[in-house]
Design a protein around this ligand. Structure first.
Ligand code: GTP
Ligand code: SPV
Ligand code: MN
Length: 600
C-alpha cells in the first residue's frame, strides 16, 4: 500500500499534510499481519529497543525498558481542546484549539515540524471493536514509534480492510503520535526516544482528533485506548446516546448454568483486569472475560444495554500479578506473543516483577542495573505493564467478539478506600446509582504520574478520561436512565481495599470477590436479601462459607459506618461545588437525601 493508491481526497490531504509537517524519511502502511509485526520487532531487536525473551519461557515475546521520564500517563500534560474552557469542564486541562495547534503544528516552530526526520512514519488503520460491529469505530494512528505499532497490533484490530473502508468514506478518528525525537544523519538513536520535557497529549473533540507528542508510553501513545476509546468516544457517546466507559466486562455463570454479564468501573490499577479474569473460590461459579478496561454500550431493541470490548488485547499492570492473584493473566502471558514494558529480565531470559510467585536470585532491573533477591529497590517499575492478546486468555468468553455485544445486568463502581466504604452497597435506584458513580473516590496509584496514595474523587473512574464537562457527563448518565423502555442494569458500589484500624486488609480480595459477585447475581434475580441502610442496600448475609475470617472483620465490611459517612458529606459538597450550575439537580437531591438519612 502507498498513498498514491488512495482515492479519498480528504484522507490523502490529511495524510500528506502530516507527512509534509513531520518529514519522515519513509512512510509505511501497517496491515496487521504477523509478517509485518515480526519484521518491525526484529528491527527493534537490532536497534536494542526490544530484548527477545527466551522462546521456551515466553515464546515470541519481548522486553522493553522506557526512559525514566516516561513511565506512565501524564494527566497534567493531557488537554481537552474544545472550543471553550467551559466545554472541557473543571476536571480537564483545557487549551484553546487554535493555540494548541500552533504549539504543535506551527509551520515555523511547531513541535511536530520535522519531528520524524530520520524516522519512519507508520500509518496504522485500526478498529476499536470487532470490524463489523455496529458499536465499533475506526481510527488511523500515524506514529514514528515501532514499539507503538507492535502494541497497537495487539491492542486493536489492524487491517487493510479498515483502510479500504475509510478510503470509501467511513468516518474515522484522526490520531497522530510522535515521540518527538528527530534524528540527524549519523545520530545514535536512544532505545526509548521521547521528549520527556515537552509532552502533549491533546484531544480535539469537535474534529475527533488526537495529537500526542513527546511520550511513547501506554495511554499516552497507544491512541486507540484512553485517548480515543474514552476521551473522544465519551463525546461521541454523549452526542449519539450511548456510553463509553472505563469498565471491564465479565460473564458470570452460576452453578445452574445461568449467565449474567457485569461491567465494572474501577480507577486505574484498582482491580479491573483482576476481576475480569478471576478464578472464583466459590464452587460452581464461573467468571469469563469479555474485556478488562473499556466498555462501549448501546441500547438494544429489547431496551437493555449491550456492551462490547473495543480492545483486542490487555495492557495490564504487571506488579502483583501472579498464579496466586491472577492465574489467568499469568497463563495468558505465558503463552507468549507479548510485550513486557519496564519489567525486570532474569538470567534465563524470562521476565520478573514484584509479587510474582517465585523471586529469582538475580535479574536485571527495569533501570538495567543488576538486581539481587532481597534488594530494597524495585526490580520492576510500579507501572510496568504486559501487552497480551486477549484471545490467549484461557477464560476469554466465546462471545467476546460478538458484534452485537453482551447485555449488562449490573454495573459495579469501586476504588481503593482504606476506610468508611463497605465491601458492597446496592443503589436503590438509577439516580442513586449515578450519585454513587459521581461520588466515587480512590487512593491514587502508579498508573499516572503523581503522588501515590492520595485520596481523590474519581467519578465513574473517568476523571482522567472524560472528554467533556463532567457535570454534563453526569447528566448524560441520568438521561440514559430516562430512556423510555430501558431495562437498566442494577448499580453497586464495591470496595476490595478496606483496611482495619491496625492496617491489615479486611478482605482477601481476588478470587474471593466471587462472593460479592454471587450476591449481585442473586440480587438481580431477587433471590438474595439486603438490609436497607442510609447509604444503600447492604447484604443481609454474604456467602462467607469456608473463609477463615474474624467475625468482627465481616461485620465491619458489611455495615454502614454512619459517623464515617457523615464526615464524607462536606467532601462531597466540595466536590460537587466544582461543577457549578452544570451539576444535575438530581445529584444534589441525592446528597440531601443521604445527609437526612444519616442524621436520623
Ligand atoms: P489499569 O490497567 O491501570 O486500568 O488497572 P486495573 O484496574 O485493571 O487494575 P489491576 O487488575 O491490574 O490491579 C492493579 C493492582 O491491584 C494489582 O497490583 C493487583 O494485584 C491489585 N488488586 C487487584 N484486585 C485486588 C483485590 O481484590 N484486592 C487487593 N488487595 N488488591 C487487588
Ligand atoms: C490506565 O491507566 O487506566 C490504563 C493504562 O489502563 S494506560 O493505557 O496507560 O492508560
Ligand atoms: Mn485502565
Amino acid at each position: 500500500m502507498d498513498i498514491t493508491k488512495l482515492k479519498n481526497k480528504k484522507l490523502v490531504e490529511w495524510l500528506q499534510g502530516w507527512i509534509d509537517l513531520c518529514t519522515p524519511d519513509e512512510v509505511v502502511f501497517c496491515d496487521g499481519s504477523k509478517k509485518q509485526y515480526n519484521k518491525i520487532a526484529n528491527m527493534l531487536v537490532k536497534a536494542g529497543v526490544f530484548i527477545k525473551l527466551d522462546d521456551e519461557k515466553k515464546p515470541n515475546s519481548y522486553a522493553v525498558r522506557s526512559d525514566v521520564g516516561d513511565v506512565a500517563r501524564v494527566e497534567e500534560r493531557t488537554f481537552i481542546c474544545s472550543k471553550t474552557k467551559e466545554e472541557a469542564g473543571p476536571t480537564n486541562n483545557w487549551c484553546d484549539p487554535v493555540e494548541m495547534r500552533a504549539i504543535l503544528c506551527g509551520k515555523q516552530n511547531g513541535l511536530y515540524k520535522g519531528c520524524m526526520k530520520g524516522r519512519t512514519m507508520y500509518v496504522i488503520p485500526f478498529s476499536m471493536g470487532p470490524v463489523d460491529s455496529p458499536i465499533s469505530k475506526y481510527g488511523i494512528e500515524l506514529t514514528d514509534s515501532g514499539y507503538v505499532v507492535c502494541n497497537m497490533n495487539i491492542m486493536t484490530r489492524v487491517s487493510p480492510k479498515i483502510l479500504e473502508r475509510i478510503d470509501d468514506g467511513t468516518e474515522f478518528v484522526k490520531c497522530v503520535h510522535s515521540v518527538g525525537a528527530p534524528l540527524n544523519p549519523g545520530d545514535a538513536d536512544s532505545t526509548w526516544p521521547c521528549d520527556a520535557k515537552h509532552k502533549y497529549i491533546t484531544h480535539f473533540p469537535d474534529t475527533r482528533e488526537i495529537l500526542s507528542y513527546g511520550s511513547g508510553y501506554g495511554g499516552n501513545a497507544l491512541l486507540g485506548k484512553k485517548c480515543f476509546a474514552l476521551r473522544i468516544a465519551s463525546v461521541q457517546a454523549r452526542d449519539e446516546g450511548w456510553l463509553a466507559e472505563h469498565m471491564l466486562i465479565l460473564k458470570l455463570t452460576n452453578p445452574k448454568g445461568s449467565v449474567k454479564y457485569v461491567a465494572a468501573a474501577f480507577p486505574s490499577a484498582c482491580g479491573k483486569t483482576n476481576l475480569a479474569m478471576m478464578e472464583p473460590t466459590l464452587k460452581g461459579w464461573k467468571v469469563e472475560t469479555i474485556g478488562d478496561d473499556i466498555a462501549w454500550m448501546k441500547f438494544g431493541e429489547d431496551g437493555r444495554l449491550y456492551a462490547i470490548n473495543p480492545e483486542a488485547g490487555f495492557f495490564g499492570v504487571a506488579p502483583g500479578t501472579s498464579m496466586q492473584s491472577n492465574p489467568n493473566a499469568m497463563r495468558t502471558v505465558n503463552k507468549g506473543n507479548c510485550i513486557f514494558t519496564n519489567c525486570a529480565i532474569t538470567e534465563d531470559g524470562d521476565i520478573f516483577w514484584e509479587g510474582m510467585d517465585e523471586t529469582p536470585d538475580f535479574c536485571v532491573d527495569w533501570l538495567r542495573r543488576p538486581w539481587k533477591k532481597g534488594s530494597k529497590a524495585k526490580a520492576a517499575n510500579p507501572n510496568a505493564r504486559f501487552t497480551a492478546p486477549a484471545s490467549q486468555c484461557p477464560v476469554i468468553a466465546k462471545e467476546w467478539e460478538d458484534p452485537a455485544g453482551v447485555p449488562i445486568s449490573a454495573f459495579l463502581f469501586g476504588g481503593r478506600r482504606a476506610a468508611v466504604v463497605p465491601l458492597v452497597n446496592e443503589a436503590t435506584s438509577w439516580e442513586h446509582g449515578v450519585f454513587l458513580g459521581a461520588t466515587m473516590a480512590s487512593e491514587k496509584t502508579a498508573a499516572a504520574a503523581g503522588v501515590v496514595g492520595e485520596l481523590r474523587f474519581d467519578p465513574f473512574a473517568m476523571l482522567p478520561f472524560c472528554g467533556y464537562h463532567m457535570g454534563d457527563y453526569f447528566a448524560h448518565w441520568l438521561k440514559i436512565g430516562k430512556k423510555s423502555g430501558a431495562k437498566l442494569p442494577k448499580i453497586y458500589y464495591v470496595n476490595w481495599f478496606r483496611k482495619a484500624a491496625d492496617g491489615h486488609w479486611l478482605w482477601p480480595g481476588f478470587g474471593e470477590n466471587s462472593r460479592v459477585l454471587k450476591w449481585v447475581f442473586e440480587r438481580c434475580d431477587d433471590k438474595a436479601d439486603a438490609v436497607s441502610t442510609p447509604i444503600g442496600n447492604l447484604p443481609k448475609d454474604l456467602d462467607f462459607g469456608g473463609l477463615d475470617m474474624p467475625e468482627a472483620d465481616k461485620k465491619e465490611l458489611l455495615s454502614c459506618d454512619v459517623e464515617g459517612w457523615k464526615g464524607v458529606i462536606p467532601e462531597i459538597k466540595n466536590h460537587f461545588a466544582k461543577f457549578g450550575d452544570r451539576l444535575p439537580k438530581e445529584l444534589n437531591k441525592q446528597l440531601e437525601g443521604l445527609e437526612k438519612r444519616l442524621s436520623k
